[in-house]
Each structure stands twice: as structure tokens, then as C-alpha cells.
Design a binder for this molecule. Structure first.
Ligand code: GTP
Ligand code: MG
Length: 208
């Protein structure tokens, strides 16, 4: 069928993990460095072309701040899909993502397609086959006191972030697999993984 069909998708996750930025990348192929927090929720749409169908996503981008938590059921109640986002450099955001997944599994549509999304991979300074078991795993200052991450200036192809990965990819992938979730790592900043995320979700939503 070439007639677009619609699917309601909700984004959930801790504040500042990049939900709105991922959506902005998908909908407009844009990125803004200092995006303001979402208040309540934002609604956006975007079409996604599959081999034999066009799906129109109706996207609810929810606010991650705790004071908005109680609004979330309104947005996930009739959703066919959800992207639960965390920040790969922030362990607490992964714990929050897991609690969102539990809430969805208890309260949302039992057929909901859930994708677990580790965002901000552009911040990592991984040198190829970096073993995640290094001793630098401690939660150092995760605050913003890195002032102006000086590495941004050079363009020699090295990652400009230099942040430490706080959520091992294997751990998140294993968690996703156990729970029957899709799993992606993305960067709203570079666009890496974003179209793939929505396309794979679209493929998994049952057409009725
Ligand atoms: P709430 O609306 O408060 O729930 O936050 P959010 O999850 O929508 O996060 P938002 O998209 O507003 O991004 C928060 C901050 O992280 C902004 O300063 C973004 O520019 C930044 N950010 C978002 N995605 C990325 C990314 O992929 N890489 C990097 N380096 N920064 C990002
Ligand atoms: Mg937002």
C-alpha cells in the first residue's frame, strides 16, 4: 500500500537526554546547541518511507523534568510506539529509562513497540576497541563544569567530546534484548542512528 498510515509515537526519558533534539533531527534534519527544556509536551509529525509503505509518525515529545511525570500517561496511553531515551554519558538517565520501560510495560498498550535509545554518542572519545572495563568507570563530576570543552576547535577527525561512557553498550543491548525492546545508539548532534531508529520502529509496528 502507498497510502500513508499513521502511528502515534511517544518519547520518554530523563530531562536533557536529548529527546527534543532527536526529534528535531528526524523532522527537520537540524540541531541546536542549547535547546530549551520542553514544557508539557510538543507535537510533531514526520513521514517515514519503507519499501512498501509510507508511515506518518505523530510524535509526542514529552518533557523530562520530574514535575511533568504525571502527564506522561496521557501521551503513551494510545501510542503504538515509544522511544525511551537516555544519555550514554549519564548513568542515572539509564536507570530512569529502565523505570520508563517498566511503566510502559505495565500501563501502555500491550503491543506497543518500545525502542531504547542511548543518545549523545558524539560525546564519547572512544579509541576504537575500547574495553569498557577500564578503571575509569567511576562517576566523576558529571556536571557541566567542563566549561567550554576546548577540543571543539580542531577538525582533525577526533571526537570533540572526550566524555566518559557511563552506560556500556553491551549492558544496554542485553537489557533491551531481555525485554524485547529495539536498541539504538544515536547522536542528535551528528544525526548518527536517528533515521535508522525511526525506520526500524516503523517496520516493527503492526499494520492493522
Ligand atoms: P527535556 O525537554 O527537558 O526533557 O530535555 P530533552 O530530553 O528534550 O533534551 P534536549 O533535546 O532539550 O537536549 C538537552 C541538551 O543536550 C541541549 O543542550 C542539546 O543541545 C544537548 N544534546 C541533545 N542531543 C545531543 C547529542 O546527541 N549530542 C550532544 N553533544 N548534545 C546533545
Ligand atoms: Mg525536550
Amino acid at each position: 500500500t502507498q497510502k500513508p498510515w499513521q502511528a502515534k509515537l511517544v518519547l520518554l526519558g530523563e530531562a536533557a537526554v536529548g529527546k527534543s533534539s532527536v526529534v528535531l533531527r528526524f523532522v527537520s534534519d537540524e540541531y541546536t546547541e542549547n535547546k530549551e527544556p520542553t514544557i508539557g509536551a510538543a507535537f510533531l509529525t514526520q513521514k517515514c518511507r519503507l519499501d512498501n509503505a509510507i508511515i506518518k509518525f505523530e510524535i509526542w515529545d514529552t518533557a523530562g523534568q520530574e514535575r511533568f511525570h504525571s502527564l506522561a500517561p496521557m501521551y503513551y496511553r494510545n501510542a503504538q510506539a515509544s522511544a525511551v531515551v537516555y544519555d550514554v554519558t549519564k548513568a542515572s538517565s539509564f536507570e530512569k529509562a529502565k523505570s520508563w520501560v517498566k511503566e510502559l510495560q505495565r500501563q501502555a498498550n500491550p503491543n506497543i513497540v518500545i525502542a531504547l535509545v542511548g543518545n549523545k554518542i558524539d560525546l564519547l572519545s572512544e579509541s576504537g576497541s575500547g574495553s569498557a572495563a577500564d578503571d575509569d568507570d567511576e562517576e566523576e563530576e558529571e556536571e557541566d563544569d567542563a566549561t567550554t570543552t576546548g577540543a571543539g576547535g580542531n577538525s582533525n577527525g577526533t571526537p570533540s567530546g572526550g566524555a566518559t561512557r557511563a552506560v556500556p553498550k553491551e549492558e544496554a543491548a542485553a537489557y533491551a534484548q531481555e525485554g524485547g525492546l529495539l536498541f539504538f545508539e544515536t547522536s542528535a548532534k551528528t544525526g548518527q542512528g536517528v533515521v535508522e531508529l525511526f525506520t526500524e520502529i516503523a517496520k516493527k509496528i503492526p499494520i492493522d
